[in-house]
Design a protein around this ligand. Sequence first.
Ligand code: ATP
Ligand code: MG
Length: 333
Amino acid sequence: MAVVEREKLLEVKNLKKHFNVGKNAVLKAVDDVSFDIYKGETLGLVGESGCGKSTTGRTIIRLYEATAGNVSYEGVDVHGKKSKKELKSFNRKMQMIFQDPYASLNPRMTIKDIIAEGIDIHGLAKNDKERMERVYELLETVGLNRAHASRYPHEFSGGQRQRIGIARALAVDPDFIIADEPISALDVSIQAQVVNLMMKLQKERGLTYLFIAHDLSMVKHISDRVGVMYLGNIVELAESDELYEEPLHPYTQALLSAIPVPDPEVERSRERIILEGDIPSPISPPSGCRFRTRCPHAMDVCASAVPKWQEAREGHWVACHLYDNDLNNENKQ
Ligand SMILES: Nc1ncnc2c1ncn2[C@@H]1O[C@H](COP(=O)(O)OP(=O)(O)OP(=O)(O)O)[C@@H](O)[C@H]1O
Ligand SMILES: [Mg+2]
């Protein structure tokens, strides 16, 4: 797909989400991230635990109020003042699938009521018969069957529960789904099934996904483009293939070097980049580039200046002083 043909569905600009965590301490969970999501694509978002992936997703979908920045959906500001009707319409277009299929389904509700919740809120069924038909259809769509409708969540396996979570999201016929680590809690053997189901549904329904995951190997298969987060920032974003083959940011390079390669010959000769130290606290992040305390290429400038978020190559964005043209030109002079 050429970049010019793509239509933006979502535009995230300078988004921040800070949490007050007592005694004047502010935790900068998401601190100035900008990216677009195109219609019909899957954007993968990866990074270590605590880097702000879920907070990014939750703020986009308005589960959290943004501290600063904007999110626009089809050109309309998501976080601006809205009428009840507009809010309802956003809630219908954007859905979320959660990481933990055990915790995200109400144990006291039957599967049919869980799935039909959105149908009821948005008045999408004229009567009970139509409501049940929709529920049955959704169960079949996700690979379950109508006999499951009157059961409770505890009667299902992890993979089945995640299918129920997917059916619940699909019930209101959304355009955009944020999947927050939808497969991390599942057995490896089940993960591929759920990913394949999500890809099939995307094709059939023209869905757009923001797919959040811990590690790069998990999103490679499903994502058209991938963004890498570190301590509240997105440090690199590119087409999946390009990101995997030519990562620019030292953090991405380190993450990729940690993924084992199936070929033992190649695996033996590969150089693993070991990052020193722990992830700093998002309450008092390092000055300048937040990655500098662990970066094998850190320079003086990295402590004093925040690297610009720039398009180093067409469609390949990075925030790192190594790719700072102004700086490199200055150094050459
Ligand atoms: N409601 C909250 N109040 C205070 N701090 C929060 C809240 N939610 C998240 N945080 C903090 O914000 C930071 C980012 O958390 P977030 O859950 O977005 O990370 P994540 O990348 O999704 O991590 P994981 O991979 O473990 O799910 C963390 O330091 C977390 O402790
Ligand atoms: Mg998370």
